[in-house]
Design a protein around this ligand. Structure first.
Ligand code: GDP
Ligand code: IMO
Ligand code: MG
Length: 427
């Protein structure tokens, strides 16, 4: 076992951070390979709570070397705030490695993200406003700023000026906003150079050498399958590839390096931002799930939209990512319901299907077909093995497993690191 990737199987916030933290104690490297500080991964260790946005969740484990891969977009203000915050809490973050090829999110990316959303009005995506889309657009457009550019001041200044020549036209003429000073942007970025320099390296080579030496590398997904720009509910997606294959591109390792792919999903479903969500509950049931699950965004604090488990959503993620295992989190949140609906099919214009529809139009018309499973009322937070769970909770898990077609190897029964049922070892 050498390369393991953890991927969200729904629309994000499945509890990937907790899963990575649990595994982190036994791995040598933990690597973020996509996204940026749109991610919010919450970890609970006893009385301590950590919210990470850019640093890999493995950072809480001393033995795992944290890595930010080339596929990540980095806001340096956020990165160093996060590093300083953890250092102040007594954690050692000094072994962090950052890819020279990772792209930088600058102030103008954030401004453009926000004004674009405002311009879209009712068609907005509901982004996190962190500049993610504009930074990835610049990368693909070949006008992005990379970490390595900061190591050469004249190159950096040239690139920032060239990018702003276009963007200031856009801001002034289309959006009626003030122009942004290239010098101010460059100065801000350059203020981090001395701290950044020792962390910057060819992380692809480091990781390949580690894998050659038999080390265990954990690739930590951010966002999720259905937010993937290729495989998600486009255009209501993020601008990167959170899927398992994205780990190869975003960390610079070949596909044969990934031995295990673990899909993380909630025992129900949530989504932040706009976009289709067939099992969404807009009634008291949805409010109860939100309250019981504490479903408020780690990054933006927005209330998450809540709904029942949708087997079609998770099954599609299992297929595209080739999950070898899955991990079902937040089963404890469902305690106390007499009956728990799960979506097993969609009715689309009178036709029933158990596969995600091919088109956005059909997805918009999908009406969930529910099966009702018996609930349980016992507190399950102290369960540590499958046998500790009440019979109906076991039956719930077994039914989900049957519907998604991949084994469930772990179950979350509480936010704490310890509150986990292990069925199959994930390493
Ligand atoms: P991520 O973005 O996938 O890492 O997930 P988030 O951290 O954004 O959201 C998951 C939330 O659920 C966090 O507040 C976690 O502390 C919490 N959590 C994770 N697993 C469980 C679980 O099994 N039960 C409960 N009750 N909370 C959990
Ligand atoms: P983690 O890693 C949930 C959503 C946003 C928005 C869309 C595009 O914590 O699971 P962006 O700012 O990326 O351009 O926004 O994607 N989104 C997330 N939703 N969890 C996340 O990350 C998310 N990252 C982005 O709400 O709908
Ligand atoms: Mg999150």
């Amino acid at each position: 076992m050498a390369g393991i990737v953890v991927v969200g199987a729904q629309w994000g916030d499945e509890g990937k951070g907790k899963a990575v933290d649990i595994l982190g104690a036994r791995v040598d490297y933990v690597v973020r390979y996509s996204g940026g500080n749109n991610a919010g991964h919450t970890l609970v260790v006893g009385d301590e709570k950590y919210a990470l946005h850019l640093l890999p969740s493995g950072i809480l484990n001393e033995n795992a070397i944290p890595v930010i891969g080339n596929g990540v977009v980095i806001d340096l203000d956020v990165l160093f705030q996060e590093i300083d915050g953890l250092t102040a809490r007594g954690l050692d973050v000094s072994n962090l490695l950052i890819s020279a090829n990772a792209h930088i999110i600058t102030g103008y990316h954030q401004i453009i993200d926000k004004v674009t959303e405002r311009f879209l009005g009712k068609h907005k995506i509901g982004t996190t406003g962190r500049g993610i889309g504009p930074a990835y657009s610049d990368k693909v457009n070949r006008i992005g700023i990379r970490v390595q550019d900061l190591l050469d001041e004249s190159i950096l200044r040239q690139k920032v000026s060239a990018a702003l020549e276009q963007k200031n036209q856009l801001l002034l003429k289309l959006y009626n906003r003030a122009a942004i000073s290239a010098d101010a942007i460059s100065e801000n970025l350059l203020s981090y150079v001395e701290r950044l320099r020792p962390m910057v390296t060819d992380t692809s080579r480091v990781l390949n050498q580690a894998l050659d030496a038999g080390k265990i590398v954990l690739f930590e997904g951010a966002q999720a399958h259905h937010l993937d720009v290729d495989h998600g509910t486009y255009p209501y997606v993020t601008s990167s590839n959170p899927v398992a294959a994205g780990a190869c591109i975003g960390a610079g390792v070949g596909p044969r390096r990934i031995d295990r792919a673990i899909g993380i999903f909630k025992a129900y479903t949530t989504r932040v931002g706009e976009g289709p969500f067939p099992t969404e509950l807009k009634d008291e049931a949805g409010e109860k799930l939100r309250a019981d699950g504490g479903e408020y965004g780690t990054t933006t604090g927005r209330p998450r939209r809540c709904g029942w488990f949708d087997a079609l959503v998770v099954e599609a993620a299992c297929m595209v990512n080739g999950f070898t295992d899955t991990f079902c989190t937040k089963l404890d949140v469902l305690t106390g319901w007499e009956k728990i609906p799960i979506c097993v099919a969609y009715d689309i214009n009178g036709e029933r299907t158990n596969q995600l529809p091919m088109t956005q139009t059909d997805f918009h018309h999908a009406v969930p077909v529910y099966e009702f499973l018996d609930g349980w009322s016992e507190d399950i937070s102290t369960a540590r093995s499958f046998a500790d769970l009440p019979r109906n909770a076991q039956a719930y898990i077994r039914r989900l497993e049957e519907l998604i077609g991949v084994r469930i190897s772990g179950i979350g029964v509480g936010a704490d690191r310890e509150e986990t049922v292990v069925i199959h070892d994930l390493l």
